[in-house]
Design a protein around this ligand. Sequence first.
Ligand code: GDP
Ligand code: IMO
Ligand code: MG
Length: 409
Amino acid sequence: MNLVVIGAQWGDEGKGKVVDYLSDGADVTVRFSGGANAGHTIVRDDKVYKLHLVPSGIVTPDKTVVLGSGMVIDPEALFAELHELTNLGVLWEGRVLISDRAHVVLPAYRQLDVELDQKRAEPIGTTGRGIGVAYSRKAMRDGYRMVDILEQDVFETIDAQDREFLEQYRAPLADMVIDIQRYMELKGNKTVLLEGAQGALLDLDLGTYPYVSSGCSAAAGASLGSGIGPRAIDRVVGVFKAYSTRVGNGPFPSEFQPNRDGRLTEHIREVGNEYGVTTGRPRRCGYLDLVALRYICRSNSIDSLALTHIDVYDDLDEVKVCVAYDIEQSSIDSFPASRGALNKAQPVTKRFAGWKTSLSGVTSYKDLPVAAQDYIAFIEQYTGVPVDIVSVGADRQQTIVRRDPWTQS
Ligand code: GDP
Ligand code: IMO
Ligand code: MG
């Protein structure tokens, strides 16, 4: 059984929490895309783990994790993160493997990433982690993969300064780098959890281009980014928040507007602690956008939705969702490619009564207030996809599973 977990919005949906939860059922967790631009948070046994490159399965004792072929890996960031994990008491040695086909992010890429974004007429607001540069070099066939830096004759072709930087990491990397396909065959892993980064709306192909990241954060990336064939993927879980957030620039049709929505952004940012894990930037906030979510469900074959952050709406008198866009004189309920159209789109919203009670201690679906259940039922009806997991807080225990994605029972 191979299960993919992706973000179904613009990132930070709570993938780290959901992957950590599901990793109990996995032999191995493979991160299939992105790099240190990601920030995945796990709250477990009163400890907070902030992961950027290491797959979120690492916190579950004895489980193996693999940084997959679709990733771009900054060795300095990776070893700093592993050091942090040691400080948090995570015994990671022997459990962290890296695909030999994953690409390397060199220090100069970070600088160039920042410079390029500053020069753009309309900056994307990248994380400055060298991600776009690494994926561009990969596409131009000028990048370096893990296997390349371990092979002496290829290593010697690398620029002297970069070689000097890489030298210190070669020996520790050599112990971790594997041929992922052979590894899977040898181990005969029965259950593989494939962890996405970013969100499908930040995917290079499906997302709000050019305001996207440069990797394959969509479900289709799980196959290429892990080396597991597309027909071997059994199920796709899409993680989404009860509202929407976005860090950085780009279209956001359902973003709260002060003149229309008062201080909703400030409220959600405060209650939901909506600040980026990687850059600390405040996240932009808006209504749940069902037009975008349905587009992502369909284009990623999402079988199962995991709804997070519903507790952040606890205090509201009413809750709205975006069900269509008004663009100039017409109303549409499909997600357009045109950034002009997305920038002009005004959300058409449907209103629900708020539940005005704390959900953070609710442990079973039937104990959720009717108003919250109505909100969830509407999401299912609109998208045509069941909400199988409901997260009512950051802690691992604050998770209601209606149907287990591993077994669907
Ligand atoms: P990821 O990038 O998708 O893994 O998400 P992030 O870790 O960047 O951001 C999600 C934030 O929300 C983290 O601080 C999580 O600890 C927290 N979180 C996850 N699920 C919930 C939830 O259901 N409710 C609340 N209030 N916080 C949550
Ligand atoms: P996780 O995995 C939210 C955004 C950046 C920027 C755009 C391009 O934690 O959900 P990049 O540095 O990737 O070239 O930046 O993508 N971005 C994210 N936003 N969550 C993320 O990851 C993101 N990774 C990149 O803010 O707008
Ligand atoms: Mg994040």
